[in-house]
Design a protein around this ligand. Structure first.
Ligand code: FAD
Length: 518
């Protein structure tokens, strides 16, 4: 792994250093920029939004600050290593707090299941609620650890752009039964339908249908238990801003509020980007953190592609859409004391609801939601005496002949969601509302340029993972690299950071760039 060399850092400030343009300041784009800066590149980051972080950015309203996307930080060592690779100390720049409990899962029958960092507390909770499944739960954790070692530490941190990279891993895939789904694996180990849900819902946080994505993703149970569930004080926005400071400390240039309209090529060679305002920024290499579907389909629309064609993206399976209601309350200090920082509220159906969302593209009347209440941990998110929340409901994306018309459905769906919240978690909250903002799949399409309004880019199915996923080094154009949720290894904050680790292994040192490519 590259460590910051002071001579290289100096060279990064020189106008002669190779120039890298990063399109997009999501967490993956920022991590890529940090690593390129540490490698000696002159780096320019361009994002159309007015702040850093992409889906991890924030908005403010009436004194409430809303983290728009990720709220849970797992595998914090990927950040510590990123900072170390840039010659910095992560914990001096970002205040990560362990959540205890990690989160609570509720069902309509009144069951409340809490997951704890302490192994004994966790085991006691399983024995209390699911005594006959305790042995199966222990086996599940062992399975999860094996998949973490193979899938996250092994494949997830290595390039997967050559078919051979995948072929080498096939025996491991077969041994670990990667053909089985996350839900099928949980169902093999435990009997209680509530525990099956609790052990299998995690792919939803990276855009996958638990009933269809590969069981490799059961690795999340292990990584939560081994490394904890954390919250970044100040929200993920604070984390993204800290990444921005490192980039500026490396003499990198960050341009916000500018949209890249086109990646410029000469034959197969990348030459730079053109912004919507018509400015040309020339570059030796371009790293796109925009969705791969958007990168190949729009930013390179004038170019012939052999693999990543429009047809291929059209027939791909995309992650679900998200309906997210960000709302604030005032005068609610001390209310709803049983509602913690992270709560999952189940509706009456699990697999049926997943089928509606992923297979039938049908907006169901019932819902299961994730409720975020950061004001429990972080007073800076709300005015005194108030609370800041978001409620996230997975919904169909915009694919298909008859997608949900959110201009019609937004308010009826919000009302259903409000009734659900009143009943299940925060009775009377609507009387205290002091801020409200809603994102639908339409917002994801217009704000993040996300194809089909998908919440998490391509769905992480087995044939859309590893070598099958858009590669971190383009096979279509020389000097084009990709990072972020739609590339290998996939969505989620730790994975988009590891996509920058993979990038780091693929991009030559800046000193070698001119030699190699001129
Ligand atoms: C509601 C929600 C909750 C989530 N919760 C969690 C969680 O708790 N934990 C977790 O680990 N993960 C979570 N995730 C997933 C995680 O947030 C994402 O996978 C990750 O942040 C995506 O990062 P990225 O690097 O792919 O970039 P994105 O965040 O997708 O950012 C891409 C950036 O590129 C910019 N861009 C695109 N095209 C252009 C262009 N042409 N010109 C200029 N800029 C452009 C966009 O404006 C955007 O800022 C959540 C996601 C969502 C939506």
């Amino acid at each position: 792994m590259t460590r910051l060399d002071p001579n290289i850092a100096l060279m990064a400030k020189s106008q002669n250093a190779a120039h890298a343009v990063v399109v997009g300041a999501g967490i993956g784009g920022l991590a890529a920029a940090m690593r390129l800066g540490a490698k000696g590149y002159r780096v320019t980051v361009i994002d159309r939004l007015d702040r850093l972080g992409g889906r991890g950015s924030s908005i403010s309203q009436n004194g409430h600050r809303f983290d728009l996307g990720p709220t849970i930080i797992t595998v914090p060592q990927v950040f510590r290593e990123l900072w170390k690779d840039c010659g910095r100390n992560f914990d001096s720049d970002v205040d990560l707090r362990l959540c205890n409990p990690f989160y609570e899962i509720r069902w309509e029958d009144g069951t409340k299941f809490r997951l704890f960092p302490d192994e004994k507390d966790m085991d006691d909770e399983i024995k209390r609620l699911f005594p006959s499944d305790f042995r199966g739960y222990q086996k599940f954790l062992k399975d999860s650890e094996a998949r973490y070692t193979f899938g996250f530490e092994g494949m997830g941190r290595k390039p997967m752009n050559k078919l051979w990279d995948l072929v080498k891993e096939l025996p491991g895939f077969a041994l670990l039964r990667a053909d089985r789904s996350v839900y099928a694996h949980a169902a093999k180990r435990v009997m209680d339908p509530r525990l099956r849900m609790a052990l299998s819902f995690h792919p939803l946080f990276i855009g996958g249908d638990p009933v269809n994505v590969t069981s490799m993703y059961i690795l999340v149970s292990h990584l939560e238990r081994a490394f904890g569930v954390h919250y970044a004080m100040g929200g993920v926005q604070a984390l993204a801003d800290a990444m921005g400071h490192v980039i500026e400390g490396q003499a990198g240039n960050i341009r916000l509020g500018e949209e890249v309209d086109e990646i410029i090529t000469q034959g197969r060679q990348i030459r730079g980007v053109k912004t919507k305002a018509g400015h040309i920024v020339s570059a030796d290499l371009v790293v796109s953190n925009a969705d791969p579907g958007f990168t190949y389909g729009q930013l390179l629309r004038k170019k012939q592609k052999s693999r990543w064609t429009d047809k291929r993206f059209k027939t791909a399976r995309w992650s679900m859409g998200l309906f997210v209601w960000y709302f604030g309350t005032k005068g609610t200090a001390g209310m709803w004391s049983d509602v913690g920082h992270h709560t999952i509220l189940n509706g009456p159906r699990y697999r049926g609801l997943l089928k509606d969302i992923f297979q039938k593209q049908h907006l169901a009347d019932d819902m299961s939601i994730y409720l975020h209440r950061p004001s429990v941990t972080d007073p800076s998110v709300a005015p005194d005496g108030g609370d800041t929340f978001y409620a996230l409901s997975p919904v169909p994306n915009l694919i298909g002949a008859d997608p949900v018309d959110w201009s019609q459905q937004l308010e009826p769906y919000r009302k259903k969601l409000a009734r659900f919240l009143e009943r299940q978690a925060i009775p009377g909250f609507e009387k205290h509302l002091s801020a409200s903002k809603i994102f639908t799949p339409d917002t994801f399409k217009t704000r993040y340029l996300s194809p089909h309004g998908a919440g998490f880019s391509l769905e992480p199915r087995i044939f859309q993972s590893a070598w099958f996923r858009p590669h971190n080094i383009s096979e279509e154009f020389d000097g084009l690299y990709l990072v972020g949720a739609g590339t290998h290894p996939g969505a989620g904050v730790p994975s988009v950071v590891t996509s920058s680790e993979v990038l780091n292994q693929l991009v030559p040192a800046a000193i070698d760039w001119k030699k190699t490519y001129d």
